[in-house]
Write a protein that binds this ligand. Structure first.
Ligand SMILES: [Zn+2]
Length: 367
């Protein structure tokens, strides 16, 4: 018998309405049914590590909380603020199977082994009261899809996601901070948010003063700039229709200064030229790019449906249009791509409550 030791994404299982007891709310009893079924197939001694989001405790029936607390005290249940990375770390370090319906899209970059280990991820089927297990169907996804999933998590975390009153406007900072020097009339980055009051704040960590409105935001596309060596995101920002932005190093008014995104990244981006790339978004939200005379060049990688194609160096002055998940690589060290998100101001997102995008800040790029 293959080694079927596993780690269980407990919240995911407890929310599964196709496991008894039949109810719409999460049930701890579903976890017991699932672990019994797995051990019934693979042996009573099979190890099963159970990791749970701490938020589950308040969602299960009150009558199950005593058992939940007992399992936590006994070390049977590992309770953490956010289970997914813990599940994946345990699985990665110890070669465990993963029982979860989650595809972990937002964590694909951080846990790069996932796509090469699809056979270790299990979903379940409930038929005639019996549970069986099937591959959960992990398939490779483009960097753009990963980026979008990360962004959903990020916007939710920052409290920005449904804030059309914030996302629908451009903002400016009137203090004399680095951000206001760089973008005096409208800040290129998303605002930071005061979690307590919901006030949009200057994204400069040394400023954080309340911002002033600088007019309605035009339809925008989100741009992501990342390190190529380890995938670390350096910055993401919404580029408005009709706007252009220069990417380079040094004091680029209205541009993106890669030197200013953290001392820990400075060496990694050093090969990027002072004036390297110009990105422009036209009124139809088509993104185009042009190398503005960099020393080490810009390469274009077209998305081929399954993976990125070979890199092609842009000629001097050549302008290219970027489609979907295409990527640009600056000086072989920095990746520039769109996140897949488009953002449009309130008019596109009526508060109709019909689910037609009203609850999300971003529209599908294919519409
Ligand atoms: Zn400021």
């Amino acid at each position: 018998m293959p080694d079927m030791d596993a780690v269980v994404d407990v919240s995911n299982v407890c929310w599964a309405t196709d496991i008894e007891p039949w109810a719409t709310l999460p049930q701890l009893a579903r976890l017991r049914r699932l672990t019994d079924a797995w051990r019934g197939l693979y042996g009573a001694e099979t190890r099963m590590d159970l990791v749970v989001d701490q938020s589950l405790r308040h969602k299960i029936p009150a009558g199950e909380r005593h058992e939940y607390d007992r399992m936590c005290r006994a070390g049977e249940l590992v309770q953490v603020p956010y289970a997914d990375p813990v599940v994946l770390s345990m699985a990665g370090e110890e070669g465990l199977k993963v029982i979860s319906r989650d595809k972990f899209i937002d964590l694909r970059r951080r846990y790069a082994w996932i796509e090469g280990a699809a056979q270790r991820f299990y979903d379940w089927r409930g038929e005639r009261g019996r549970l069986s297990f099937v591959p959960s169907g992990i398939v490779p996804v483009s960097g753009q899809v990963v980026s979008r999933a990360e962004e959903d998590k990020e916007l939710t975390r920052d409290g920005l996601r449904d804030r059309k009153d914030v996302l629908g406007f451009a903002w400016k900072c009137v203090s004399r901070c680095a951000v206001s020097q760089l973008w005096p009339d409208r800040i290129l980055l998303w605002p930071a948010m005061d979690r307590g009051t919901g006030t949009p704040l200057c994204p400069d960590p040394n400023c954080r003063r309340p911002l002033m409105k600088a007019g309605a935001r035009k339809p925008s596309r989100q741009i992501v700039i990342a390190r190529r060596d380890d995938g670390t995101e350096l910055v993401r920002f919404p580029l408005e229709a009709g706007a252009c932005v220069e990417i380079g190093r040094g004091a680029l008014t209205h541009g993106i200064n890669l030197d200013g995104l953290g001392d820990q990244h400075r060496a990694a981006v050093a090969a990027v030229s002072r004036h390297h790339l110009l990105l422009a978004l036209d009124d139809r939200l088509v993104l185009s790019a042009r190398d503005v005379g960099s020393s080490h060049g810009t390469e274009l990688c077209r998305w081929g449906g399954q993976a990125l194609g070979p890199a092609r160096r842009l000629a001097a002055g050549e302008e290219v249009r970027l489609n979907g998940p295409d990527q640009l690589v600056l000086a072989k060290v920095v990746v520039v791509r769109t996140s897949g998100r488009r953002y449009s101001p309130g008019v596109v997102y009526p508060d109709s409550g019909d689910g037609g995008g009203a609850s999300t800040a971003f529209a599908d790029p294919n519409q």
